[in-house]
Design a protein around this ligand. Structure first.
Ligand code: FAD
Length: 488
């Protein structure tokens, strides 16, 4: 424990119940490493408040003593966002005990949910009230509302319902001086200047601690349908999506995958079976839902639209899931791609976006450019075509030494891919945020205007840099920001 942390502890003893202060190294250990086991930090103090008052007491004490706080929810960040720094200077502030659903109002289509509520628990609670929170992702059994808000999470329903930014109607947060931003009221119109709520969405814990959010719900679905189609190219896939969109608003997911991704799943995931016969270069998984009894049944919709698309030459083969189990099996293929590719070998992975209409060309041209520039590697993208967001992976040549390849080769590949993304007008982080993984690249590739604005906002709201230092804003980036140090 550093001297500053001892002062913090002395300040908090008596103000917080003993349960909220954890110093046992064994209890802290699981929270020092990120989900991918890529980053490892040190921390001697884990704070676990259960109320907003307790969060405020912690943040005030941290501001007084200069101890940095690393907010943590489910710790499923893909970019090392919730991992404490290696120098042991920070305390972890876990929101997991703030896990109450304060209210669900089906008439208003709103839920008020504390930061530590796990996404799957919100799904279940909403369903009990005939409602649905229309955002889901692979980590739904662990990811929390605070983390989802703070990363502006996306997922597989963005096509229809947007990202967290669009689903958050209000936020309650403790700001870096310990004051409370009580912005939970769901106002359709609010013109009081800068939108603090939206500033906190996607802030990765660098501007304050989200303690609760008001979230938009939609009616629970009446029926869903899942279809699989084989197509010749990403261009045909996007044309297929546009046909669907012209005919219906029922499409929620439209996921594109290349033959390499399907092959990896079939090879490495037990029980996985190809949905359509034959060897096709590209595949799409489509989900559509009926939200009222009057909506056309998704299966009938698929029959009609896929038959039209086949006649127009856009679809080589297609099948509609005949049961919930088959629908789940189709989704399992999509959700297993990362695991299957990990089993295949090392890969430099990029979570990127470009304008939707540009994406088909980008996927093909960027993959060809990578293959040519880094002989022996194999590049391809898969994911949310309709959002202009794919996971663009460059797989290592067969037989390389994994650690050496990641250390010596992957960084140059990532810089190359990111340059292509920026040249296409895109973003080097579509879903996962910046965390510590993309800091250097954010600085390298951002315009001076963007960087200056990010730094000014951070310095203005968190002048002592106690909120998740070293994430999103590079350490030492801003002279005004003096991160708390282990020896302070
Ligand atoms: P953490 O990992 O604990 O934290 C994430 C960031 O938010 C950190 O910077 C942390 O400091 C900050 N933070 C956490 N809680 C708070 C709070 N209360 N106040 C302020 N800051 C806070 N992401 C997507 O967008 N789309 C996907 O499809 C997707 N799929 C995934 C699939 C898998 C298998 C996994 C493991 C991850 C996936 N992710 C995806 C990434 C991850 O699940 C999301 O980023 C999620 O939002 C993180 O939630 P969390 O509670 O685990 O947050």
């Amino acid at each position: 424990m550093t001297p500053a942390q001892n002062r913090l502890l002395a300040d908090l003893n008596g103000r917080l119940p003993p349960r909220a202060i954890v110093t046992d190294p064994d209890a802290i250990a699981p929270w020092l490493t990120d989900w991918r086991k890529r980053w490892r930090g040190r921390a001697s103090l884990l704070l676990e408040p259960a109320t907003v008052d307790e969060v405020q007491a912690i943040v005030r004490a941290a501001a007084l003593t200069g101890v940095a706080l690393v907010p943590q929810g489910g710790n499923t960040s893909m970019v090392g966002g919730a991992t404490p720094p290696e120098d042991g200077s920070a305390a972890i502030l876990s929101l997991r005990r703030m896990n109450r659903i304060r209210a669900i109002d089906p008439d208003a289509g709103l839920a008020v949910v504390e930061a530590g509520v796990i996404l799957a628990d919100l799904h279940a609670a909403a369903l009990e009230r005939g409602q649905r929170f229309p955002l889901t992702l692979g980590a739904r059994g662990s990811a929390t509302i605070g983390g989802l808000v703070s990363t502006n999470a996306g997922g597989t329903q963005v096509l229809r319902f947007g990202t967290m930014r669009g689903l958050v109607a209000g936020i309650e947060a403790v700001l870096p001086d310990g004051s409370l931003h009580d912005g939970l009221a769901a106002l359709k119109k609010d013109n009081r200047g800068y939108d603090l709520t939206q500033l906190l969405v996607g802030a990765e814990g660098t501007l304050g601690i989200v303690t609760a959010a008001t979230l938009k719900l939609v009616p629970a679905i009446v029926a869903r349908g899942v279809a699989w189609a084989a197509v010749a190219s990403p261009t045909d896939a996007l044309a297929l999506l546009r046909r669907f969109e012209a005919a219906t608003r029922a499409v929620e997911s439209f996921e594109l995958l290349p033959r390499e991704s399907l092959a990896a799943v079939l090879r490495h995931i037990p029980g996985a079976r190809a949905p359509v016969a034959g060897d096709h270069p590209w595949h799409v998984l489509i989900e559509a839902t009926a939200m009222t009894p009057d909506d056309e049944a998704p299966a009938a919709l698929f029959e009609r639209l896929l038959a039209d698309a086949a006649t127009a030459g856009l679809v080589a083969d297609a099948t509609i899931a005949a049961s919930e189990a088959q629908a789940e099996a189709f989704w399992r293929i999509r959700d297993s791609i990362s695991d299957a590719e990990r089993a295949t070998g090392p890969a430099a992975q990029h979570d990127i976006s470009v304008p939707v209409e540009t994406m088909p060309r980008f996927m093909v041209e960027a993959a060809a450019a990578c293959d040519a520039r880094f002989p022996g590697t194999r590049a391809s993208g898969f994911g949310h075509l309709g959002d202009g967001n794919v996971h663009f992976h460059v797989r290592a040549p067969a037989g390389v030494d994994r650690d050496r390849w990641y250390a010596d080769e992957a960084p140059a590949i990532t810089r190359f891919v990111n340059d292509l993304v920026v040249a296409a007008g895109g973003s080097i982080s579509a879903e996962h945020g910046i965390g510590q993984m993309k800091l250097t690249e954010l600085v390298r590739l951002s315009s001076p205007a963007r960087l200056a604005a990010l730094r000014a906002i951070k310095a203005g709201l968190d002048p002592r840099n106690i909120m998740n230092p070293g994430k999103l804003i590079a350490p030492g980036d801003t002279p005004e920001l003096a991160p708390a140090r282990a020896d302070e």
